[in-house]
Design a protein around this ligand. Structure first.
Ligand SMILES: Nc1ncnc2c1ncn2[C@@H]1O[C@H](COP(=O)(O)OP(=O)(O)OP(=O)(O)O)[C@@H](O)[C@H]1O
Ligand SMILES: [Mg+2]
Length: 250
């Protein structure tokens, strides 16, 4: 009997990701061979990622379904839990450092990074973290060359400074816990406030320019509220730089 396909709606790709039994099916792209290799390297280094199970009869990626809830939809993470996530981000960076794909990669990162120190996931955010018995980052398809600072800045902002209505003192405490969990040194801490503002602005710009040129899924995301959200998030992150800097310098 053929198992039914159940759309997974946590992402923005609109029904292209489905669950079939204990597997997830996702479109295969030019980036997939290198992404699969990267995920295997990260897994070999001891970081939990969804197991890659091959290609299905329709040519799609088959990945193991990870039980749990997206962090985006779970109870807000407490500072200690944010520290745990920061630690996972660090472990991913250590696992990715030195990774070299066997064949010429065709990375599909959406936002160009200001450097190419290592290959990074690029979207380490609450909408790509499964929280359950295991805590697992999914959605590695946008991986590409980046820097530790740029990737951490995005993750830290997305996990701790993504609610422009939150009191800055609470956000700052969460940010400090996240970055301490990462084990950031003084120079990374000093660079983070600016990098977080730049990264949030880059996200807004991706959505805005994609809307102007009709590039999906960002064009629709821009129109459906993500544009406004990232404009407000950018103002929040850029507008309280001293508060973040002070929390990170302690
Ligand atoms: N291995 C997995 N285990 C459990 N759930 C998964 C897994 N992979 C994906 N999902 C679920 O499917 C949703 C969409 O998957 P994913 O995040 O990989 O793609 P996306 O964000 O829609 O895609 P894109 O990167 O093209 O925007 C996730 O938000 C999550 O809820
Ligand atoms: Mg996703």
């Amino acid at each position: 009997m053929t198992e039914p396909e159940q759309p997974l709606t946590g992402g923005n790709a609109g029904g292209r990701v489905v669950r079939v039994g204990d597997t997830v099916r996702k479109p295969w792209s030019a980036a997939t061979p290198a992404v699969v290799e990267l995920m295997a390297a990260v897994r070999d280094a001891g970081v939990d990622v969804p197991a890659f199970l091959g290609r299905d009869e329709r040519g799609r990626q088959m990945l193991a379904y990870v039980p749990g809830t997206l962090a985006l939809h779970s109870d807000p993470l407490a500072p200690a839990e944010l520290g745990r996530v920061g630690g996972i981000v660090r472990a991913i960076h250590e696992a990715c450092a030195g990774f070299v794909p066997r064949a010429e990669p065709h990375w599909a990162a959406a936002i160009p990074a200001p450097g190419a120190e290592l290959i990074c996931h690029g979207d380490l955010a609450p909408w790509n973290l499964i929280v359950g018995e295991r805590w697992v980052f999914i959605d590695w398809d946008g991986a590409g060359p980046s820097t530790r600072l740029w990737d951490l800045a995005y993750a830290a902002q997305a996990f701790t400074l993504n609610d422009p209505a939150a009191p800055t003192a609470d956000s700052a405490a969460c940010l400090a816990a996240f970055v301490t969990g990462y084990g950031a040194d003084a120079s990374l801490r000093a660079a983070l406030p600016r990098a977080m503002a730049d990264r949030a602005a880059a996200m807004h710009e991706l959505l805005r320019s994609s809307h102007a040129t009709g590039v999906e899924p960002w064009a629709s995301m821009y129109a459906s509220g993500h544009g406004d959200h990232w404009a407000r998030a950018t103002r929040y992150v850029a507008g309280h730089q001293e508060i973040w800097a002070s929390a990170l310098s302690r």
